[in-house]
Every structure is written in structure tokens, then in C-alpha cells.
Ligand binder design. Structure first.
Ligand code: ADP
Length: 320
């Protein structure tokens, strides 16, 4: 007969106060509180607790039940080294693509330099209300509710925010009343400033998607953005190459004036996955300007976005 205190002593360095153990004969039953942990952390703690319990003399079988007070949302950060590479366009279409695949997605527009999501999502001029001090996301025609820095102060004023103000506003957007949404896509400002640091330190993204153009990849900026996440232990889901090749508005054929395959090679060199390329296509720009993101429809321009959304969807579903 094993004493519970032996088991407690074995579990405490791994699980602290998260584990409550009971022993019956040679069987240990452990309740493990995994509140606040993401899928990867849950798996790790469950595995370590099981191994530690099995190592205690006199215990033959171990049963573990996981409990959680609140499920953690999947946070997908969309980042780029510099502006104008299509990060906002990708964020909007990724959010819609993930929603169409069955996730319940909310979109956070944290890009203080150009909070363009209200326009891209067809709700320009909208303002969120607040209930019990929590912001209520604005509904969009695509089933993806939205909150934008631009809705808080007006698109042209957000850029004047000092770091702490922008960081505080990010908290209001991420910790808003997202209700049943299980996934938030966060459109970050370009580069590696205060908003990114706050996102990483306070809101701990589940993973990050990096958007770049073929030209940008050679530059140090995209690599710096990647490094910021890697150093903080945020997994990079992969790299998206936007404006890759030119889609002819007449025949749809994609030509590659700058050559092809550079981004994939760069991703391999950086040790990250390549999620796909999106052509430079006038139809993408005009649909975006009209507030009708291509991923919401089934046209040819939607294809590239759909493929990328599928890859990110699988990454999430496999536990991140
Ligand atoms: P960022 O968020 O990186 O600053 P945006 O998403 O705002 O970039 O895109 C910048 C401009 O480029 C917008 O006018 C957008 O419509 C256009 N754009 C983005 N991606 C494409 C593309 N694949 N084809 C054509 N135009 C694009």
C-alpha cells in the first residue's frame, strides 16, 4: 500500500498545486487542473505527471482526469517585417477561411499604423459598444466578429499612440467579450515594436504566421519579426509569400517576373514551414477595397487563401 504523500512529493515539482491525487490499492487517480495551458502544455504536463506517478513504488496503474475552469482561445498572430506586404489582407482572408472550415473565429486589428480591417470586412465606420467594461465585437457580413484599434480612436489617430497606450488598447481588444469564438486572428502592426512585445508577453499567441513579399524575404526585417517570436517560444506556423508572381487580369495565368521558389527556399533555410503563395492579382485588391474578401467567395482568387487556411486549420486542430 503506497502512501499518498509519496505520490504528492513526486508530483509537486512537476504540477505544483495543479494535481490532486488519490490512491486505491495499486491504482493512482489524479485530477489535473490545466486551466490557462494551451494544448501543447497540457500534453506535456499530463505526460510528465503520468511518468512521475508510474515511477512511485507500489503504483501499477495511473489514471489522469484533466479539468479546466476556462478553455483557452487559440490566438493566431499575423506579423510581417514591414508594412504594405499584404498582412491585413491575409489576416482578413485567413480569419474567414478558418471560419468556413469550422472554427469560430474573431478578428483583432491591432495594426496602429493602418487599422484597415473595418474597411476590408465591409463594416467601415462601425463602433463597438461596451458591456460591463468589456468591448462587444462588431458583427461583419462574413460571420467573423471584429474589433479594431481604428474603431477605438479613428484610423488616423491610432498611429499617434505612445507604446503603453497601444499596448493597453491591445488588451481591451484581445480580452473583449468574444463569447463563443474559439480562435482569434490578430493582425499585428509591421515590425517588432511595443504592440508585438505585449502580444507575446501578455497574451502568448498559440502560433504566428509571417507574411512577406518575395522581395522582402531577402531583407533583414522579415527575419527579425520571425526571431522575435522564436526567442519568446511562440511557434511559427509558417511563412506566406504574398504578391508572388503576377496574375494576368485577362487570362488568369500567373507569371513570375522576379523568379519563383525564393520564399520556399528562405522558409527552409529559416527552418519554418511554407504555407503558400498568393499572386499579385488586381481582383484581390479590388475585392479588398470593396469590403468583400475573396476567401468569402468561391472565385479563382479564393484558391490561394483557401489552401493557406487549410494548412493553418490543420496546425490548430493537431494541437498547435
Ligand atoms: P499591410 O497590412 O501589410 O500593410 P495590406 O494588406 O494593407 O498590407 O495591403 C497593401 C495593399 O496591397 C492593399 O491595397 C491591398 O489591397 C493590396 N494587396 C495585398 N495583397 C495583394 C495581392 N495579393 N494582390 C493585389 N493586391 C494586394
Amino acid at each position: 500500500m503506497t502512501d499518498t504523500s509519496l505520490l504528492d512529493a513526486a508530483l509537486s515539482p512537476i504540477a505544483g498545486t495543479r494535481a490532486t491525487a488519490r490512491i486505491e490499492g495499486d491504482r493512482a487517480s489524479i485530477i489535473l487542473d490545466v486551466t490557462g495551458l494551451d494544448a501543447r502544455e497540457r500534453e506535456a504536463i499530463e505526460r510528465d505527471v503520468k511518468a512521475a506517478a508510474e515511477g512511485v513504488a507500489g503504483i501499477a496503474t495511473v489514471r489522469i482526469a484533466l479539468t479546466s475552469q476556462r478553455t483557452r482561445r487559440t490566438l493566431i498572430a499575423v506579423a510581417s517585417g514591414k508594412g504594405g506586404v499584404g498582412k491585413s489582407t491575409v489576416s482578413a482572408n485567413l480569419a474567414i477561411g478558418l471560419q468556413r472550415l469550422g472554427r469560430r473565429v474573431g478578428l483583432v486589428d491591432a495594426d496602429i499604423y493602418g487599422p484597415s480591417q473595418p474597411k476590408l470586412m465591409g463594416v467601415e465606420g462601425s463602433r463597438p459598444t461596451a458591456k460591463d467594461k468589456l468591448l462587444e465585437p462588431v458583427a461583419t457580413p462574413y460571420g467573423v466578429p471584429l474589433l479594431s484599434m481604428g474603431q477605438l480612436v479613428g484610423a488616423d489617430q491610432a498611429i499617434a499612440w505612445r507604446g503603453p497606450m497601444a499596448a493597453g488598447a491591445l488588451g481591451q481588444l484581445v480580452d473583449a467579450d468574444w463569447a463563443a469564438q474559439d480562435t482569434l486572428v490578430v493582425d499585428l502592426p509591421p515590425g517588432t515594436g511595443d504592440v508585438q512585445l505585449t502580444m507575446i508577453q501578455k497574451h502568448k499567441p498559440t502560433g504566428a504566421v509571417i507574411v512577406s513579399t518575395p522581395q522582402d524575404l531577402a531583407l533583414i526585417d522579415a527575419r527579425r519579426a520571425i526571431e522575435l517570436f522564436v526567442k519568446a517560444g511562440v511557434p511559427i506556423i509558417g511563412l506566406i509569400e504574398n504578391m508572388a508572381g503576377y496574375a494576368c487580369p485577362h487570362c488568369g495565368e500567373v507569371s513570375d517576373p522576379f523568379g519563383r521558389g525564393g520564399a520556399e527556399a528562405a522558409a527552409a533555410e529559416l527552418g519554418i514551414d511554407f504555407l503558400g503563395r498568393i499572386p499579385l492579382d488586381i481582383a484581390i485588391r479590388s475585392a479588398s477595397d470593396a469590403g468583400t474578401p475573396p476567401a468569402a467567395r468561391n472565385g479563382p482568387e479564393a484558391l490561394a487563401f483557401t489552401g493557406i487556411a487549410q494548412r493553418v486549420f490543420h496546425w490548430i486542430e493537431q494541437g498547435g
